[in-house]
Design a protein around this ligand. Structure first.
Ligand code: PEP
Ligand code: MG
Length: 755
C-alpha cells in the first residue's frame, strides 16, 4: 500500500487547521481553494455548489477571474463541471478542451488551461457540488492527488450539509440541499402530518475526517470489521433466524459483503490517503452509492441497500454511535423516514411525538403499517429515495391521503397544509364534544357504536372516542407483529390486558383470521394461486385444531368470571360453526375439570363474509348468539373484486343496489329470528354508507375509532324512518337507474346531515 506523498499529506494537515479556525464561510472557502492550488501546484482551484434550481454556481476560485465568483454558472449535466455533478464521478483530463462536454465560460477566462481534475462533492451518494483543479500545461494528475482532492471534497460536503454556506447564498438561489422536493408514494394510512424529519437509521455524521496516523486507523478498521463479522455470524446462528428464509438470505449477503476484499481494500486505500477509518467507510459508501444509485435492476438495487446497511453498521461500530443518543432531542412532531422498519421498532418511539411514517418500501399489509394505522399515524409507503433526499431535522409534510411527502416544503404549500390541519383539528374538537352524547337518531332510535381494534395501542381510543365497546377485535394482529408464534400464556395475558383496559366495555374477539393477505411469517403455508379463496381463517383453524384450541382456552381463561364474546371469521357453512362449538365444549370441560373459573356468559357469534351463508340465513340466525357482517370480504366475494387490487376494488359501489339488497336481506333475516346483528367492515366508518346501513335497519355498527365522532354527528341529525322509506323505494324500483349513492347524498343535503 502506498501512502500519500508529502504534498497531499501536508494539504490535509493544513485543511484540518483551516476547518478549526473561526472564519466567515466565504473566507474559509477562499483559503481552502488557495491552499489546494498551492499544494497541488495548480494554477486554478475552484468550487462549484449546486443550487436548488439545478444550477452549479462558482462559489470560490483561485486562479480564475475573481469577479466571476457567484456569477459564473453551469446547468447540471452542462460542461465538464455539470457532467461531474450529474454523473457523480471524477474526471481526470490532460486536455480538457478536447473533451466533448467542454464548455468555455468567457467570464472566467479559463481557455488557457489544459489539464483538468474535477471531483464531485458527495453526500449520501448525492452531488452537492464540484471541486476542480486546473493547470496550463498538459499533465495527468496522479492517483494520490485525485484521492486527496476527493478527501477535500468530503470536507466541503460537510460544510455544505451543516448549512455553513447558507450565509453566502443569495435570496431565491438557495443551495440544492435546501430544495423543496415532493416524493410520490402510496397512501398506506390516512391523515396529514407536519413536522420534522427523523431518520430511523440516522446518517452517522463523521466529523473527524482526517487522520493523524494511518496505521492506527487501519487497525481500528480491522477491529471494527472483526466485530461486525462476528455480530453477523451471531445473528445467523440464532435459531429463529435460521428458520426464516428471507431474513437469512439478507444476512448471508451481509456476510458475503463483510468479507469482500475489494471493499476492504478501497477503505484501506482511503485511510492511507489521509482519512480516519470512519471517514474512509463513509467515502467508499458514498462512492459506491453514487455509482449504484442509477441502477434500475431491482435485484442490484436491493444489494445496494444491503451494502449501505452494512456500511452503516460498520460506521456505528467505529463511532460507538447508538440509537439511544439519537433519541435525545427527539422532536415533539417527528415524521419518521425509514427504508423499512419492524413493527416493534415503531413501538419503541414515543407515540405522542410521531406525526407520520414514511417508508421507502413496505406494503399496506406489512406489520409496521398495520401498527401505525392502529395508532392513527399517517403512513406513506413506496416513497422511493426519501431517506437519501432528507436530512434529520428538515421540515416535512406527510400527506397520507394522497400518498405524498413534501420535504422542505415551500412556504405557500406549508401554509395550505397548516390550514388543512387546523380545519381537521377543529372538526375533531367538534367530534370530541359529542363523545358523551347518547347516539340517538333524530327520531329516537338508539344506535350502538363500537370500534375495531387489534393491538393494545388501540385501547386508549376506547375512552377517547366514546365507543361503547370493541365490535371487532382482530386477534391475528398479535400474531402478525410477533416474530414467533405467541405461546398460550402470552395469548391469555394479552386478552386479559385487553379486557382490563376495556374496563367493563364489551369486547368481541374474533378468532384467528390468518391466511389470505394476512401473512404470518412463521406460519408459512404453501403458495396458493388464490389466497383470498384459500386456506385461511376458520378453515385453517379447523385443520389445525391445536392452534384453535389454544386460542379458545386463552380466551376462556382471560374472561374468567366475566362475559366472553367471540366470533368466527370466514364461515362458509353452518356445519363449521358446530365443529368449533364442539372444540369449545371440550375446552370448557377441560377447564372445569381442572377447577378453572369459567366466563360468566359466553356469546358465540359468526362473521358473515362468504355469500354461501346468504342461503343459510335461517339456520345461521338460529345457530348463533349474534352475527357480524364483514362487509369488506362480503363485498369482495359477492362482487368478485379483489379488495387489495386498486384496479378493481373501487369498480363497483358498496352503495350499489345489489350489495344493499344483500344487506337488507340479512337485516330482515336477523330481525325475524331476533338475532343481534352488527356490521364491522369499512363502510360502517364512512358517514354516507353508515347512514345507508341505518336506513337498511342496522342498529349496531363497528368502525375505526377515528370514525366514531363523524358517524355520531351524522346520526344525531338523521330521521331513520324517513330514510328507510326512501331507501326501500329506491331498492324496490326496478326501473330507475339513478344511483343510490346520489339518492342518499341528496337526502343528506336536503336534511342538513353532516357527511
Ligand atoms: C371484513 O371483512 O369486513 C372484516 C371486518 O374483516 P377483515 O377486514 O379483517 O377481513
Ligand atoms: Mg374479513
Amino acid at each position: 500500500m502506498r501512502d500519500l506523498s508529502a504534498g497531499p499529506r501536508v494539504l490535509l494537515k493544513r485543511l484540518r487547521e483551516l476547518m478549526a479556525e473561526p472564519l466567515e464561510p466565504q473566507e474559509r472557502l477562499d483559503r481552502i481553494v488557495r491552499q489546494i492550488a498551492s499544494n497541488m501546484v495548480a494554477e486554478v482551484c475552484s468550487v462549484y455548489v449546486l443550487r436548488s434550481d439545478g444550477v452549479l454556481e462558482l462559489y470560490a476560485t483561485e486562479g480564475l477571474n475573481k469577479d466571476a465568483v457567484h456569477l459564473a454558472q453551469l446547468k447540471m449535466g452542462q460542461g465538464l463541471v455539470g457532467t461531474i455533478a450529474a454523473s457523480a464521478q471524477s474526471l481526470n483530463l490532460s486536455d480538457a478542451q478536447a473533451h466533448p462536454a467542454f464548455r468555455y465560460l468567457p467570464e472566467t477566462g479559463e481557455e488557457i488551461y489544459h489539464s483538468f481534475l474535477g471531483v464531485p462533492i458527495l453526500r449520501a451518494g448525492r452531488s452537492l457540488g464540484v471541486l476542480v483543479v486546473q493547470n496550463k500545461a498538459q499533465r495527468n494528475y496522479r492517483e494520490d492527488e485525485l484521492e486527496a482532492l476527493e478527501t477535500t471534497a468530503m470536507v466541503l460536503a460537510e460544510m455544505i450539509a451543516t448549512g455553513e454556506l447558507k450565509k453566502i447564498t443569495r435570496p431565491g438561489l438557495e443551495l440544492d440541499l435546501t430544495r423543496a422536493v415532493t416524493i410520490e408514494g402510496d397512501s398506506y394510512g390516512e391523515g396529514i402530518g407536519l413536522g420534522y424529519v427523523v431518520l430511523h437509521e440516522p446518517r452517522i455524521v463523521v466529523t473527524n475526517l482526517l487522520n493523524e496516523d494511518s496505521e492506527k486507523e487501519i487497525r481500528r478498521l480491522a477491529d471494527a470489521l472483526g466485530s461486525l463479522r462476528i455480530s453477523i455470524d451471531d445473528m445467523l446462528s440464532r435459531r429463529e433466524v435460521a428458520m426464516e428464509g428471507e431474513h437469512r438470505e439478507v444476512l448471508e449477503t451481509y456476510r458475503m459483503f463483510a468479507h469482500d476484499q475489494g471493499w476492504v481494500r478501497r477503505m484501506e486505500e482511503a485511510i492511507h490517503n489521509g482519512l480516519t477509518a470512519e471517514a474512509a467507510v463513509e467515502k467508499v459508501q458514498s462512492d459506491t452509492k453514487a455509482r449504484m444509485i442509477r441502477l434500475t435492476d431491482p435485484y442490484l438495487r436491493e444489494r445496494m441497500h444491503d451494502f449501505d446497511d452494512l456500511a452503516n453498521r460498520l460506521l456505528r461500530q467505529l463511532t460507538g454511535f447508538s440509537s439511544r443518543s439519537a433519541s435525545e432531542g427527539f422532536p415533539s412532531d417527528a415524521i419518521i423516514l425509514a427504508r423499512a422498519m419492524g413493527a416493534a421498532e415503531l413501538l419503541d418511539y414515543p407515540r405522542s411525538h410521531i406525526r407520520g411514517l414514511v417508508l421507502e418500501e413496505g406494503a399496506v399489509t406489512s406489520h409496521v403499517v398495520i401498527v401505525a394505522r392502529a395508532m392513527g399515524i399517517p403512513v406513506v409507503g413506496q416513497a422511493a429515495g426519501a431517506v437519501a433526499l432528507a436530512e434529520n431535522g428538515d421540515p416535512v409534510i406527510i400527506d397520507g391521503d394522497d400518498g405524498k411527502v413534501h420535504v422542505r416544503p415551500m412556504a405557500d404549500l406549508q401554509k395550505a397544509y397548516e390550514e388543512k390541519v387546523k380545519l381537521r383539528a377543529r372538526r375533531q374538537e367538534q367530534f370530541r364534544a359529542l363523545r358523551d352524547v347518547e347516539p340517538l337518531t333524530k327520531d329516537g332510535k338508539r344506535i350502538l357504536l363500537q370500534m375495531n381494534a387489534g393491538l393494545l395501542v388501540d385501547l386508549p381510543q376506547l375512552a377517547a372516542s366514546g365507543a361503547e365497546g370493541i365490535g371487532l377485535f382482530r386477534t391475528e394482529l398479535q400474531f402478525m407483529i410477533s416474530s414467533t408464534m405467541p405461546k398460550a400464556e402470552e395469548q391469555e395475558n394479552f386478552y386479559r390486558s385487553v379486557l382490563r383496559q376495556a374496563d367493563g366495555r364489551p369486547v368481541t374477539f374474533r378468532t384467528l383470521d390468518i391466511g389470505g393477505d394476512k401473512v404470518v411469517s412463521y406460519f408459512r403455508s404453501q403458495e396458493e394461486e388464490n389466497p383470498a379463496l384459500g386456506w385461511r381463517a376458520i378453515r385453517l383453524s379447523l385443520d389445525r385444531p391445536g392452534l384453535l384450541r389454544t386460542q379458545l382456552r386463552a380466551l376462556l381463561k382471560a374472561s374468567a368470571g366475566a362475559e366472553l364474546k367471540m366470533m368466527l371469521p370466514m364461515v362458509t357453512e353452518v356445519s363449521e360453526i358446530r365443529a368449533v362449538r364442539e372444540l369449545m365444549q371440550k375446552e370448557v370441560q377441560h377447564l372445569s375439570k381442572f377447577g378453572h373459573q369459567l366466563p360468566k356468559r359466553l356469546q358465540f357469534g359468526v362473521m358473515l363474509e362468504v355469500p354461501a351463508l346468504l342461503w343459510q340465513l335461517e339456520e345461521l340466525m338460529e345457530e348463533v348468539d349474534f352475527v357480524s357482517v364483514g362487509s369488506n370480504d362480503l363485498f369482495q366475494f359477492s362482487m368478485a373484486v379483489d379488495r387489495g387490487n386498486a384496479r378493481v376494488a373501487d369498480r363497483f359501489d358498496v352503495l350499489g343496489r345489489s350489495f344493499l339488497r344483500i344487506l337488507r336481506d340479512i337485516v330482515r333475516a336477523a330481525d325475524k329470528a331476533g338475532t343481534p346483528l352488527t356490521l364491522c367492515g369499512e363502510m360502517a366508518g364512512k358517514p354516507l354508507s353508515a347512514m345507508a346501513l341505518l336506513g337498511l335497519g342496522f342498529r349496531s355498527i363497528s368502525m375505526s375509532a377515528t370514525s366514531i365522532g363523524p358517524i355520531k354527528a351524522m346520526l344525531l341529525a338523521l330521521d331513520v324512518d324517513r330514510l328507510s322509506k326512501l331507501l326501500d323505494g329506491a331498492l324496490d324500483d326496478h326501473r330507475t337507474h339513478l344511483p343510490v349513492r346520489d339518492i342518499l347524498t341528496g337526502f343528506a343535503e336536503d336534511n342538513n346531515i353532516p357527511l
